[in-house]
Design a protein around this ligand. Structure first.
Ligand code: PEP
Length: 256
């Protein structure tokens, strides 16, 4: 099996202005010595309005962490008021962009087709899309979560070449675990992440599926991250609430 470098991504959601962002990035960098970056990739995903400031700190202080955005437009430019192009994010030095977070799927009615278009836009601009999937509580309780996630994954990546599939990161985020404090068990995370890898092999090939990082997200913290990322098919975490606390985020990154 290919060794996959774990990825810890901190999704700040709509929290922290650009001044607060600078302070948090500096605190995380201080709390996470350079030696950890040999074994884990760490990225922060602030609001759009913080990205330029984060870039200045990361470049100025030569920090090893990367940064990204929480969403992007499916379009490159034009009459799309309020939208942000992948071209702009690439120009700001973003490495990652989250696509299809459950909050966008729910509150902004983003379908798999929209997520696919945004995934393609990210790849076009050299950004690594972190494509989010995950079932609601009703689906989990009906025992249909594996099939549901596989369908969502295939819809969100439909028609991509194996080379393109090899450039994405997948985040399995059960909706019932996001921001609720109710974390999936390590076995639950492994069950879906391993099914995701199987589905990736179906739409590309074994070597590609083996190389793609599959993250878990949903109430991850410094206490539970070790168990979760210890699973064979879980290659890191997308972290919401705990990514706003510098010490906790640094600690859980170090554990991963
Ligand atoms: C998220 O927003 O992607 C997330 C996983 O949030 P939390 O860690 O707060 O559950």
């Amino acid at each position: 099996m290919m060794a996959r470098t774990p990825l810890i991504a901190g999704n700040w959601k709509m929290n922290l202005n650009h001044l607060e962002a600078i302070a948090l990035v500096q605190k995380i960098a201080f709390a996470l010595p350079a030696k950890y970056f040999d074994k884990v990739d760490v990225t922060v995903i602030p609001p759009f309005t913080d990205i330029r400031s984060v870039q200045t700190v990361v470049d100025g202080d030569k920090l090893l962490l990367t940064y990204g955005a929480q969403d992007l437009s499916a379009h490159d430019s034009g009459a799309f008021t309020g939208e942000i192009s992948g071209a702009f994010l690439a120009k700001l030095g973003c490495t990652y962009v989250v696509v299809g977070h459950s909050e966008r799927r729910t509150m902004h009615a983003e379908t798999d087709e929209v997520v696919l278009a945004k995934t393609k836009a990210a790849l076009k601009h050299g950004l690594t899309p972190i494509v989010c999937i995950g079932e609601g509580l009703d689906i989990r309780e009906a025992g249909e979560h594996v099939a549901y996630n596989v369908t969502q994954l295939k819809g969100s990546l439909a028609g991509l070449s194996a080379e393109e599939v090899g450039k994405v990161v997948i985040a399995y985020e059960p909706v019932w675990a996001i921001g609720t404090g109710r974390v999936a068990s390590a076995q639950d995370a492994q069950e879906v992440c391993s099914a995701v890898r199987g589905a990736l092999a179906e739409i590309s090939d074994d070597a590609t599926a083996d190389s793609v990082r599959v993250l878990y997200g949903g109430s991850v913290n410094a206490k539970n991250v070790g168990d979760i990322v210890g699973q064979t098919d879980v290659d890191g975490a997308l972290v919401g609430g705990a990514s706003l606390k510098s010490d906790e985020f640094a600690t859980l990154s170090a554990i991963a």
